[in-house]
Ligand binder design. Structure first.
Ligand code: AMP
Length: 380
């Protein structure tokens, strides 16, 4: 079956065409800067780059009619969805009704759903929510200590994000360890989150009501004392939107080091730039704080600590700093293995020392494949 996996953001759209259940990628591509005059797109078939949408058919010998299903990444499923679902009118209305929780992302994803429905009316559509995997978190964990009626009236609670990635890594480790594992998964990309998995089920995650919560990220602050917001509004004589933007786009690594890409950060770190050394110390400490918290939550029974996403997969410096800080838990690093294990170069695996009390894995995540698997599972 030919199946399309779609990840539509506010101004970008990434897609992959799969042959399922073989999971063979037939075509992949991305559209950038949608809605602007200089929008561009790239489509790849094998190693070949194609610059015209129409050529998709010629090169691949496919027609859109052959696509039987489309899986869409939807950022927010609110309280309603703990799994991916077949899209119908009721589901569309429900996704729309929770758009207030993800005002940039859900409407963009819905536009994607409508566009593909128009282009391929025969294909079945599936919604794959980034929040769904975290819906197993219990009430005492997902509630904030704020007036309870905020939850009842306005759905204020922890939701968690990056669910497709955390689920993908959980399934991968389930097959590696041939058991339902206890895991601490560190998704370290530009956005970053950590999850605690107990017997294959998510019991806690660092992101919250929005993706701004939890650990320090590329440009987001993560957890801070909320009183800073009103204090800075007064001091800077600015409105809430400005402070919100600062916390989202000009904080985290960017706020401390003046740069947010870990590749740049690593170069400056090796050159011993003081602000970058400070930023890395803050960044890795916050990752360690969550690992320690989840270690306790899992009763000290952790089958593996997993690093994934752009930074986790490729950044040996961040991994080294984190693992070195985990020595009180008996976790050790094999420095050589850590340096060699770079997903970009096709190497995944264990980076911990042979004497480590908990093995540390580096694994490639694949959100598009997770969408394809869920979609195939539902329509196939
Ligand atoms: P993601 O959000 O998963 O796409 O990850 C993007 C981030 O991964 C980038 O902003 C970088 O900080 C980081 N990253 C990607 N490639 C590398 C690399 N080769 N070395 C270190 N960090 C990397």
């Amino acid at each position: 079956m030919k199946l399309l996996s779609v990840n539509a953001g506010s101004s970008t759209l990434k897609f992959r065409l799969y042959e399922m259940p073989e999971e063979r990628v037939l075509t992949k591509g991305s559209f950038e800067r949608i809605g602007t005059d200089d929008g561009d797109y790239t489509i790849r078939v094998g190693d070949e780059k194609i610059h015209k949408t129409a050529e998709l058919h010629d090169h691949n010998d496919d027609s859109l009619d052959e696509i039987e299903a489309v899986g869409h990444r939807i950022v927010h499923g609110g309280n309603k969805y703990s799994k991916s679902v077949l899209i119908n009118d009721r589901v569309l209305k429900e996704i729309e009704s929770i758009s207030g929780l993800a005002p940039l992302h859900n409407p963009a994803a819905l536009r994607g759903v409508h566009a593909f429905h128009e282009a391929i009316p025969k294909a079945q559509m599936v919604a794959c929510f980034d929040t769904a995997f975290h819906q197993t978190i219990d009430e005492a964990t997902y509630l904030y200590p704020v007036p309870y009626e905020w939850y009842i009236k306005y759905d204020v609670r922890k939701y968690g994000f990056h669910g497709l990635s955390h689920k993908f890594i959980t399934e991968k480790m389930t097959s590696v360890l041939t058991k339902k594992p206890n895991l601490i998964i560190c998704h370290i990309g530009n956005g970053a989150s950590i999850s605690a998995i107990k017997e294959g089920i998510c019991i806690d995650t660092s992101m919250g009501f929005t993706p701004n919560a939890g650990i320090m990220m590329g440009t987001r602050s993560g957890d801070i004392d909320y009183s800073i917001i009103s204090y800075i509004m007064k001091k800077e004589e600015r409105n809430l939107e400005w402070v919100d933007h600062q916390l989202n786009k000009s904080s985290g690594l960017q706020g401390i080091a003046g740069m947010n890409d870990l590749r740049d950060i690593d170069r400056a770190y090796l050159a011993n730039e003081q602000k970058v050394v400070l930023a890395i110390s803050m960044y890795t400490s916050r990752i360690v704080d969550y690992i320690a918290k989840y270690y306790v939550k899992l009763g000290g029974h952790v089958d593996a600590i997993c690093f994934t996403a752009g930074g986790g997969e490729n950044d040996d410096i961040i991994r080294q700093e984190v693992v070195n800080k985990l020595y009180p838990l008996g976790v050790t690093l094999n420095e050589e293995r850590n340096k060699e294990t770079i997903v970009r170069r096709g190497v995944e695996g264990i980076i911990s020392g042979d004497d480590s009390r908990i093995p540390v894995y580096v694994l490639a995540t694949d959100e598009e494949l997770m969408i394809a698997r869920d979609t195939y599972h539902i329509v196939g």
